[in-house]
Design a protein. Structure first.
Length: 268
Protein backbone atom coordinates (compact mmCIF):
# COMPACT_ATOMS: atom_id res chain seq x y z
CA UNK A 1 0.00 0.00 0.00
CA UNK A 2 1.06 3.63 -0.42
CA UNK A 3 -0.10 7.12 0.32
CA UNK A 4 0.70 10.20 -1.73
CA UNK A 5 0.73 13.91 -1.03
CA UNK A 6 1.76 16.94 -3.05
CA UNK A 7 3.18 20.25 -1.90
CA UNK A 8 6.03 22.73 -1.91
CA UNK A 9 7.75 21.56 1.26
CA UNK A 10 10.69 19.19 1.01
CA UNK A 11 10.62 15.92 2.91
CA UNK A 12 11.84 16.18 6.52
CA UNK A 13 14.76 13.86 7.23
CA UNK A 14 15.01 11.64 10.28
CA UNK A 15 18.01 12.41 12.56
CA UNK A 16 19.76 9.25 11.25
CA UNK A 17 19.24 10.27 7.62
CA UNK A 18 20.44 13.82 8.29
CA UNK A 19 23.58 12.47 9.99
CA UNK A 20 24.31 10.12 7.08
CA UNK A 21 24.00 12.92 4.49
CA UNK A 22 26.13 15.27 6.61
CA UNK A 23 28.93 12.67 6.60
CA UNK A 24 28.75 12.10 2.82
CA UNK A 25 30.89 15.06 1.75
CA UNK A 26 33.72 13.37 -0.15
CA UNK A 27 33.31 13.87 -3.89
CA UNK A 28 34.35 11.54 -6.70
CA UNK A 29 37.67 12.76 -8.18
CA UNK A 30 37.62 15.31 -11.01
CA UNK A 31 39.37 12.78 -13.30
CA UNK A 32 36.62 10.20 -12.75
CA UNK A 33 33.90 12.85 -13.12
CA UNK A 34 35.28 13.90 -16.54
CA UNK A 35 35.46 10.22 -17.55
CA UNK A 36 31.80 9.69 -16.54
CA UNK A 37 30.73 12.72 -18.59
CA UNK A 38 32.71 11.50 -21.60
CA UNK A 39 31.30 7.96 -21.33
CA UNK A 40 27.71 8.90 -20.44
CA UNK A 41 26.25 7.65 -23.73
CA UNK A 42 28.23 4.40 -23.59
CA UNK A 43 27.05 3.76 -20.00
CA UNK A 44 23.38 4.23 -20.92
CA UNK A 45 23.83 2.03 -23.98
CA UNK A 46 25.30 -0.72 -21.76
CA UNK A 47 22.40 -0.25 -19.34
CA UNK A 48 19.93 -1.04 -22.15
CA UNK A 49 22.10 -3.90 -23.39
CA UNK A 50 21.94 -5.52 -19.93
CA UNK A 51 18.27 -4.83 -19.24
CA UNK A 52 16.82 -4.73 -22.79
CA UNK A 53 13.17 -3.63 -22.44
CA UNK A 54 12.61 -5.22 -19.02
CA UNK A 55 13.89 -2.66 -16.52
CA UNK A 56 11.15 0.00 -16.42
CA UNK A 57 7.45 -0.76 -16.16
CA UNK A 58 5.09 0.71 -18.72
CA UNK A 59 3.92 4.08 -17.42
CA UNK A 60 0.15 3.92 -17.61
CA UNK A 61 -0.06 6.67 -14.96
CA UNK A 62 0.98 9.43 -17.37
CA UNK A 63 -2.49 10.54 -18.45
CA UNK A 64 -3.74 10.29 -14.87
CA UNK A 65 -0.99 12.53 -13.50
CA UNK A 66 -0.87 14.85 -16.49
CA UNK A 67 -4.45 15.80 -17.35
CA UNK A 68 -2.94 18.32 -19.80
CA UNK A 69 -2.51 15.51 -22.33
CA UNK A 70 -6.28 15.66 -22.65
CA UNK A 71 -6.99 19.19 -21.43
CA UNK A 72 -4.75 20.94 -23.96
CA UNK A 73 -7.16 19.98 -26.73
CA UNK A 74 -9.68 22.52 -27.96
CA UNK A 75 -12.06 19.75 -29.09
CA UNK A 76 -12.34 16.01 -28.31
CA UNK A 77 -10.67 14.40 -31.34
CA UNK A 78 -8.08 17.09 -31.98
CA UNK A 79 -4.78 15.70 -33.21
CA UNK A 80 -1.95 16.36 -30.80
CA UNK A 81 1.75 16.44 -31.62
CA UNK A 82 3.92 15.46 -28.69
CA UNK A 83 7.65 15.10 -28.09
CA UNK A 84 8.90 12.56 -25.62
CA UNK A 85 12.36 13.86 -24.81
CA UNK A 86 14.33 10.88 -23.52
CA UNK A 87 11.99 8.06 -24.51
CA UNK A 88 14.09 5.11 -23.32
CA UNK A 89 12.60 1.93 -24.78
CA UNK A 90 9.08 3.39 -25.05
CA UNK A 91 7.57 2.66 -21.61
CA UNK A 92 5.73 5.97 -21.69
CA UNK A 93 5.40 6.34 -25.47
CA UNK A 94 3.56 3.13 -26.34
CA UNK A 95 0.92 3.27 -23.56
CA UNK A 96 0.15 6.84 -24.72
CA UNK A 97 -0.16 5.84 -28.37
CA UNK A 98 -2.41 2.91 -27.41
CA UNK A 99 -4.60 5.04 -25.18
CA UNK A 100 -4.93 8.01 -27.51
CA UNK A 101 -5.34 7.41 -31.25
CA UNK A 102 -5.15 11.15 -32.02
CA UNK A 103 -1.51 11.58 -31.02
CA UNK A 104 1.50 11.84 -33.29
CA UNK A 105 4.69 11.47 -31.28
CA UNK A 106 8.26 12.51 -31.85
CA UNK A 107 10.54 10.56 -29.52
CA UNK A 108 14.28 10.68 -29.00
CA UNK A 109 16.87 9.16 -26.72
CA UNK A 110 20.57 9.52 -25.93
CA UNK A 111 21.11 5.77 -26.36
CA UNK A 112 21.19 4.37 -29.93
CA UNK A 113 20.32 0.94 -28.47
CA UNK A 114 17.18 2.29 -26.77
CA UNK A 115 16.07 3.86 -30.08
CA UNK A 116 16.52 0.50 -31.83
CA UNK A 117 14.33 -1.21 -29.19
CA UNK A 118 11.59 1.37 -29.86
CA UNK A 119 11.77 0.74 -33.60
CA UNK A 120 11.52 -3.03 -33.07
CA UNK A 121 8.40 -2.75 -30.88
CA UNK A 122 5.31 -4.24 -32.55
CA UNK A 123 3.40 -1.02 -31.78
CA UNK A 124 5.92 1.18 -33.60
CA UNK A 125 4.49 2.80 -36.72
CA UNK A 126 6.10 5.58 -38.76
CA UNK A 127 2.61 6.92 -39.41
CA UNK A 128 2.15 7.63 -35.70
CA UNK A 129 5.65 8.33 -34.43
CA UNK A 130 9.12 9.37 -35.46
CA UNK A 131 11.95 8.20 -33.23
CA UNK A 132 15.57 9.32 -33.50
CA UNK A 133 18.82 9.29 -31.54
CA UNK A 134 19.66 12.65 -29.97
CA UNK A 135 21.95 14.16 -27.35
CA UNK A 136 19.59 16.88 -26.12
CA UNK A 137 22.52 18.93 -24.78
CA UNK A 138 24.09 19.40 -28.23
CA UNK A 139 22.05 17.90 -31.15
CA UNK A 140 19.58 20.43 -32.56
CA UNK A 141 15.98 19.14 -32.34
CA UNK A 142 15.17 21.32 -35.37
CA UNK A 143 17.03 18.75 -37.50
CA UNK A 144 14.09 16.37 -36.89
CA UNK A 145 11.17 18.53 -35.73
CA UNK A 146 9.79 21.77 -37.26
CA UNK A 147 10.05 24.91 -35.11
CA UNK A 148 6.99 25.79 -32.98
CA UNK A 149 5.15 22.58 -33.93
CA UNK A 150 4.79 20.55 -30.72
CA UNK A 151 1.73 20.72 -28.42
CA UNK A 152 3.21 18.92 -25.40
CA UNK A 153 6.73 17.88 -24.40
CA UNK A 154 7.17 15.17 -21.79
CA UNK A 155 10.42 15.24 -19.83
CA UNK A 156 10.04 12.27 -17.50
CA UNK A 157 13.02 10.93 -15.50
CA UNK A 158 15.42 12.37 -18.08
CA UNK A 159 16.93 15.62 -16.80
CA UNK A 160 18.24 13.88 -13.65
CA UNK A 161 20.62 11.80 -15.81
CA UNK A 162 22.26 14.93 -17.24
CA UNK A 163 25.03 16.98 -15.63
CA UNK A 164 23.45 19.98 -13.83
CA UNK A 165 25.72 22.36 -15.79
CA UNK A 166 24.15 21.17 -19.06
CA UNK A 167 20.47 20.92 -18.08
CA UNK A 168 19.71 24.43 -19.38
CA UNK A 169 20.85 23.34 -22.87
CA UNK A 170 18.10 20.68 -22.93
CA UNK A 171 15.42 23.22 -22.00
CA UNK A 172 16.73 25.69 -24.61
CA UNK A 173 16.63 22.97 -27.29
CA UNK A 174 13.05 21.95 -26.42
CA UNK A 175 11.88 25.58 -26.36
CA UNK A 176 12.55 25.90 -30.11
CA UNK A 177 10.11 23.14 -31.14
CA UNK A 178 7.33 23.88 -28.61
CA UNK A 179 4.38 25.96 -29.81
CA UNK A 180 3.84 29.27 -27.97
CA UNK A 181 1.32 28.80 -25.15
CA UNK A 182 2.11 25.09 -24.87
CA UNK A 183 3.81 23.15 -22.06
CA UNK A 184 6.61 20.91 -20.92
CA UNK A 185 5.35 18.25 -18.49
CA UNK A 186 8.10 17.32 -16.04
CA UNK A 187 8.53 14.48 -13.55
CA UNK A 188 11.80 13.38 -11.96
CA UNK A 189 13.57 12.50 -8.71
CA UNK A 190 13.07 14.88 -5.78
CA UNK A 191 15.35 15.84 -2.90
CA UNK A 192 15.68 13.14 -0.19
CA UNK A 193 14.09 10.41 -2.28
CA UNK A 194 14.87 6.92 -0.97
CA UNK A 195 17.27 6.34 -3.90
CA UNK A 196 19.33 9.40 -2.86
CA UNK A 197 19.63 8.17 0.73
CA UNK A 198 20.89 4.76 -0.39
CA UNK A 199 23.99 6.11 -2.14
CA UNK A 200 27.30 5.57 -0.37
CA UNK A 201 29.67 8.50 0.22
CA UNK A 202 31.97 7.23 -2.56
CA UNK A 203 29.18 7.86 -5.11
CA UNK A 204 28.76 11.61 -4.63
CA UNK A 205 29.54 13.86 -7.63
CA UNK A 206 28.23 17.17 -6.26
CA UNK A 207 25.31 18.70 -4.40
CA UNK A 208 22.32 16.31 -4.87
CA UNK A 209 24.20 14.56 -7.70
CA UNK A 210 25.36 10.91 -7.58
CA UNK A 211 26.72 8.09 -9.73
CA UNK A 212 25.35 4.54 -9.70
CA UNK A 213 27.49 1.41 -9.86
CA UNK A 214 26.90 1.12 -13.62
CA UNK A 215 28.23 4.63 -14.32
CA UNK A 216 24.81 6.23 -14.98
CA UNK A 217 24.15 9.37 -12.93
CA UNK A 218 21.22 10.79 -11.03
CA UNK A 219 20.38 14.29 -9.81
CA UNK A 220 17.74 14.95 -7.12
CA UNK A 221 15.77 18.17 -7.68
CA UNK A 222 14.47 20.87 -5.37
CA UNK A 223 11.51 23.03 -6.42
CA UNK A 224 13.75 26.11 -6.18
CA UNK A 225 16.43 24.71 -8.50
CA UNK A 226 13.89 23.51 -11.07
CA UNK A 227 12.01 26.81 -11.04
CA UNK A 228 15.20 28.80 -11.62
CA UNK A 229 16.29 26.43 -14.41
CA UNK A 230 13.08 26.79 -16.44
CA UNK A 231 12.58 30.51 -15.83
CA UNK A 232 16.14 31.29 -16.94
CA UNK A 233 15.28 29.79 -20.35
CA UNK A 234 12.12 31.87 -20.77
CA UNK A 235 9.44 29.44 -19.54
CA UNK A 236 6.60 30.43 -17.23
CA UNK A 237 5.95 28.19 -14.23
CA UNK A 238 2.44 26.78 -14.00
CA UNK A 239 2.95 23.93 -11.50
CA UNK A 240 6.07 22.88 -9.59
CA UNK A 241 5.67 20.64 -6.53
CA UNK A 242 6.98 17.65 -4.63
CA UNK A 243 5.07 14.40 -4.88
CA UNK A 244 5.76 12.42 -1.71
CA UNK A 245 4.83 8.78 -1.53
CA UNK A 246 5.48 6.29 1.23
CA UNK A 247 5.39 2.75 0.02
CA UNK A 248 4.67 0.32 2.84
CA UNK A 249 5.64 -3.35 2.74
CA UNK A 250 3.55 -4.72 5.63
CA UNK A 251 5.09 -8.20 5.40
CA UNK A 252 8.59 -6.90 6.07
CA UNK A 253 7.43 -3.77 7.94
CA UNK A 254 9.41 -1.52 5.57
CA UNK A 255 8.49 2.07 4.82
CA UNK A 256 10.17 3.48 1.74
CA UNK A 257 9.93 7.25 1.20
CA UNK A 258 9.73 8.15 -2.49
CA UNK A 259 10.00 11.79 -3.50
CA UNK A 260 9.44 13.07 -7.02
CA UNK A 261 9.19 16.53 -8.48
CA UNK A 262 6.31 17.22 -10.83
CA UNK A 263 5.92 20.35 -12.89
CA UNK A 264 4.31 22.09 -15.83
CA UNK A 265 6.16 24.90 -17.57
CA UNK A 266 4.73 26.99 -20.38
CA UNK A 267 6.33 28.70 -23.36
CA UNK A 268 4.81 32.21 -23.48
Amino acid sequence: SAFQRKGHSARVLSPEEAEKLAKDQVLVSEFKQLKLEKEAQKNWDLFYKRNSTNFFKDRHWTTREFQELKACREFADQKLTILEAGCGVGNCLFPLLEEDLNIFAYACDFSPRAVEYVKKNALYSTERCKVFQCDLTKDDLLDNIPADSVDVVTLIFVLSAIHPDKMHLVLRNIYKVLKPGKCVLFRDYGLYDHAMLRFKSSNKLGENFYVRQDGTRSYFFTVEFLSQLFKAEGYEQVVNEYVQRETVNRKEDLRVPRVFLQGKFQKP
